[in-house]
Design a protein. Structure first.
Length: 199
């Protein structure tokens, strides 16, 4: 009753406007041919379109498969030394050099586990002389490991400062010393250099 004549004409034009293909560009002044949806309706429609392509069960299954594939790639990289799929703590030229530096030499710390077993067996024997020898061996092994680790860390730090002056070297020495505590065949990533070979 109180609507203006111009509004009535626009409404009639909108009703008469043909429905066009949404893929074709629309003239900016041409009527849409449909009312603008409310924001809540548009958001719910977008959510339904996004969710209908994959159910929750399918999405979780796909995530599990992707995770399994990533772990398999990582396992192969740890065996082959492939930098692309290594864990973050093993990536980079600094960490690679630290690994090669440790793997290329003999470290007293890598023999700690077998020596510890021998010393433990000696200490369990009910002979006072053998128990005293076992205690002395404990002290000797610990002192040798500390001295060897100190010398190794000092040399490695010097080499890193010479070769990677501009790189971030934080934690590389500690990373290398932790690797030296492991037996060579159990180290991951697998050693890529032979003993005595210069890294």
């Amino acid at each position: 009753m109180f609507r203006s004549r111009a509004k009535d004409e626009k409404a009639q034009a909108a009703d008469k406007a043909p429905v066009t293909d949404s893929s074709q560009p629309r003239h900016p002044e041409a009527p849409k041919g449909r009312p603008t949806p409310k924001r809540s309706a548009a958001q719910s429609q977008r959510r339904s379109v996004a969710n209908t392509s994959m159910t929750r069960k399918e999405a979780s299954k796909r995530q599990r498969e992707e995770r399994r594939a990533a772990l398999e790639r990582q396992r192969q990289a740890l065996a082959s030394g492939d930098e692309r799929y290594l864990p973050a703590r093993d990536k980079g030229p600094v960490r690679r050099f630290a690994r090669d530096f440790i793997d290329s030499r003999f470290n007293i710390a890598e023999f700690f586990l077998p020596m510890a077993v021998v010393i433990l067996v000696l200490s369990m024997v009910r002979v006072a002389a053998l128990q005293n020898i076992a205690l002395l061996l404990w002290l000797v092994v610990i002192v040798l490991i500390v001295l060897d680790s100190f010398v190794t860390g000092f040399r490695l730090k010097k080499q890193l400062n010479e070769r990677f002056a501009a790189e971030n070297k934080r934690g590389a020495v500690a990373y290398a010393l932790m690797r030296s505590l492991q037996m060579r065949r159990l180290r991951l990533p697998k050693p890529q250099v032979k003993r005595g070979e210069r890294p």
